[in-house]
Design a protein around this ligand. Structure first.
Ligand code: UTP
Length: 288
């Protein structure tokens, strides 16, 4: 069955980014001039996804407004003959079919996904976390979808991370099947460095079969008292095979301040109108 729907959970508290996230979701923080969630939506669309459900929390308004039509702004830009900006603004509201649902309390990623049960129905679906943006030649989600068309089972997007960082991620015990493809033998959420089964980390992109909803319904809170998606996937693995795909591309952890700054610098340097001036500035401060 073709994967047509994607879920973007955006209801976390974003405590690593306080105070910026006190009254706005971290998914609205811009990388250069575009909110991170727009990069995610664009990746979904260019991967062939048709419908997107954003799981929102307390501060949902700015996300909804961003993907909505902005009548006054469009009128203003039209009157001032700012055609390029008008096109830019209109393009955002017509990007994709976007739906919203509210997670009433941030009870964890697993709980957020469970909120999408009715929207998803009985189809395989994609999950995309706004914390991870991936700069790749083929969109990251498209890479996973291609792997899904071959193996027709849940696929986790993974990459190797430095050993000292394993405790930040869900980590898989891999069995290599072919280049970049692993069968997942086991998985664990945020293991201690010395106990980690590998350094292959799950990084914010998943294709999951709908069986997960039956499991999430009964998944007890785990690490941090939250209902963890990793715990539910672990149970799913006992009923169906789960594969992991090591995707190509530079992935940025933009939920972390250093990752956010790295993404900002790299994306700015890719922009023709900023590249030269910004590079000159960076060289100057590095040599000072
Ligand atoms: P994180 O744990 O990275 O997000 O969850 P967080 O809790 O917002 O971040 P920090 O650690 O406090 O800074 C991964 C993803 O799951 C979503 C988050 O929005 C993020 O995209 N999430 C997490 C929810 O939607 N609901 C939750 O209850 C928890």
């Amino acid at each position: 069955m073709r994967v047509k729907k994607a879920i973007i959970p955006a209801a976390g508290l974003g405590t690593r980014f306080l105070p910026a996230t006190k009254s706005q979701p971290k998914e609205m923080l811009p990388i250069v001039d575009k909110p991170t969630i727009q990069y995610i939506v664009e990746e979904a669309v260019s991967s062939g996804i048709e419908q997107i459900l954003i799981i929102t929390g307390r501060n949902k308004k700015s996300i909804e407004d961003h993907f909505d039509k902005s009548v006054e702004l469009e009128k203003e830009l039209e009157e001032k003959n700012k055609e390029d900006l008008l096109e830019l603004v209109r393009g955002i509201s017509s990007l994709a079919e976007v739906y919203y649902i509210r997670q009433k309390e941030p009870k964890g990623l697993g709980h957020a996904i469970y909120c999408a049960k009715t929207f998803v129905g009985n189809e395989p679906f994609a999950v995309m976390l706004g914390d991870d943006i991936v700069d790749s030649s083929k969109p990251c989600l498209r890479q996973l979808l291609d792997c899904y068309s071959e193996y027709k089972t849940s696929i986790l997007g993974v990459q190797q991370v430095p050993q000292e960082d394993v405790s930040k991620y869900g980590i898989v015990t891999p069995l290599k099947i072919e280049e970049n493809v692993y069968k997942v033998k086991d998985l664990v959420e945020k293991p201690k460095m010395e106990e980690s089964p590998s350094n292959i980390a799950i990084l914010g992109r998943y294709i999951i079969t709908p069986k997960i909803f039956e499991i999430l319904e009964h998944t007890a809170p785990g690490v941090n008292g939250e209902i963890q998606l990793t715990d539910a996937l672990r149970l799913l693995m006992k009923e169906e095979a789960i594969y992991a795909y090591s995707f190509e591309g530079h992935r940025y952890d933009v939920g972390d301040k250093l990752g956010y700054l790295q993404a900002t610098v790299d994306y700015a340097l890719k922009r023709p109108e900023l590249k030269d001036g910004f590079m000159e500035y960076l060289k100057k401060i590095v040599h000072e």
